[in-house]
Design a protein around this ligand. Structure first.
Ligand code: APR
Ligand code: PHB
Length: 390
């Protein structure tokens, strides 16, 4: 088989790239090791920056998001037993939209099917080769176990943090920047009426908690926990009690426990590789960088990368200009590092660390400052709604 851009991974990065390339008349093939059903059901984060929302709308895949997504014009920061609001709209004129990542994935797959695109789900044994040549190849076995060789002009490694593309780059080429946090998030999805319309990020001596939502009847919540936490030790009742304890104080939100329909532990890590390119292979999204989820940036970063990459391919195929492809990594990394900084900062300000009482006092002072200084609130707000695309 032959294509212009071979795309590995059908997450937000791979699917959005395929969609943008199609709109520029560039042919691509997407291959994915999981089933279509699996990627459409996989529960992940769900906050879309204004720029992500605009891109989905402008490229014709935002229709369901416009109907079902929830516009959020602010968040609450809760500390010292009370909540204070950061008003995004007032501070920046922008907002975010709460819409599950798997819903974005469903909409993008539907668009690919509608446009007659080539997608292979349930593939095995994916490998890439000849990355330095003019004919890099992707090899895999399709859903029937038949071997396929896909010869490309370029390969996009959109295969997430545990994919095969980043490790295919020879030793010594990449610099790795990494921070592993000494805690994780226990996340739940529950059939319970959300306690309020907007998200609550709460700093508490017992640990951080985040109250989010997916719809008027589905609540999404997270609790700071140990990275080795055994989920079997967390029956529903214990989860509700712990969240209630971490929200205690003035105007404590009125939790209405309901059936927990999904539970999981997410590790917290900041990670970047530089550069995001080797020969004809371009990395995008989680394959090149991950952020702790506190700033809700993972999916937005993936979309921002592929916007830059699609424009670079468009310049190459449309005008023979390879300068933007050459600058891809540098262009993306400028914004990625600012977003890394924001995610690290939100994580540091809101979680319980082992530093003891002094560190906790400093966190409370910072939260007090961030929620009372217009300059500091604006800093948080403009990062949360999303920095401009490069
Ligand atoms: N062959 C084919 N597909 C693969 C392979 C492989 N060897 N390895 C991984 N994949 C697929 C995964 O199954 C997954 O569907 O690549 C896809 C990568 O998708 P994501 O992990 O969603 O990564 P990305 O598209 O970069 O989106 C980043 O996802 O993890 C969240 O928080 C993160 O919101 C962020 C977003
Ligand atoms: C979510 O709703 O899943 C969510 C919201 C905000 C975050 C992280 C996750 O910062």
């Amino acid at each position: 088989m032959r294509t212009q851009v071979g795309i590995i991974g059908a997450g937000p990065a791979g699917l959005m790239l395929a969609h943008l390339l199609h709109r520029s008349g560039i042919e691509s093939v997407v291959i994915e090791s999981r089933s279509r059903d699996y990627v459409e059901q996989r529960i992940r984060a769900g906050v879309l920056e204004q720029g992500t929302v605009d891109l989905l709308n402008e490229t014709g895949v935002g229709e369901r998001m416009q109907r079902q997504g929830l516009v959020h014009a602010g968040i609450d920061l809760r500390f010292g037993g009370r909540s204070r609001r950061i008003a995004f709209d007032e501070l920046t004129g922008k907002h975010v939209v709460v819409y599950g990542q798997h819903e974005v994935v469903k909409d993008l797959i539907a668009a690919r099917v509608r446009d007659g695109a080539q997608m292979f789900f349930d593939v095995t044994g994916t490998a890439v080769a000849d990355l330095e040549s003019d004919r890099p190849v992707v090899r895999f076995r399709d859903a029937n176990g038949e071997p396929v060789e896909l010869v490309c002009d370029f390969i996009a490694g959109c295969d997430g943090f545990h994919g095969i593309c980043r490790p295919a780059i020879p030793e010594g080429v990449l610099s790795v920047y990494d921070r592993i946090y000494p805690f994780a998030w226990l996340g739940i999805l529950a059939e319970s009426k959300p306690v309020q319309d907007e998200l609550i990020y709460a700093n508490h001596e017992r640990g951080f908690t985040l109250i989010s939502l997916r719809s008027p009847t589905i609540t999404r919540m997270y609790l700071q926990c140990d990275p080795e936490e055994n989920i079997d030790e967390w029956p529903d009742e214990r989860i509700w009690d712990e969240i209630r304890a971490r929200l205690a104080g003035e105007d404590a939100p009125d939790l209405v426990p309901g059936p927990v329909i999904q539970k999981g532990v997410t590790a917290m890590r900041s990670y970047v590789v530089e550069p995001m390119q080797y020969g004809k292979l371009f990395l995008a999204g989680d394959s090149a960088h991950i952020v702790p989820p506190t700033g809700a940036k993972g999916m937005n970063l993936a979309i921002a990368d592929v916007k830059v990459l699609a424009e670079a391919f468009d310049a190459f195929y449309g005008r023979g200009d390879s300068g933007r492809l050459a600058a891809y990594s540098e262009t993306c990394l400028r914004r990625i590092w600012k977003t890394q900084r924001f995610s690290w900062w939100m994580t540091s300000m809101l979680h319980r660390f082992e530093g003891g009482a002094f560190d906790h006092r400093v966190q409370l002072a910072e939260l007090d400052y961030v929620t009372t200084s217009r300059a500091a609130s604006t800093t948080l707000a403009e990062n949360y709604v999303g920095l401009p695309f490069e």
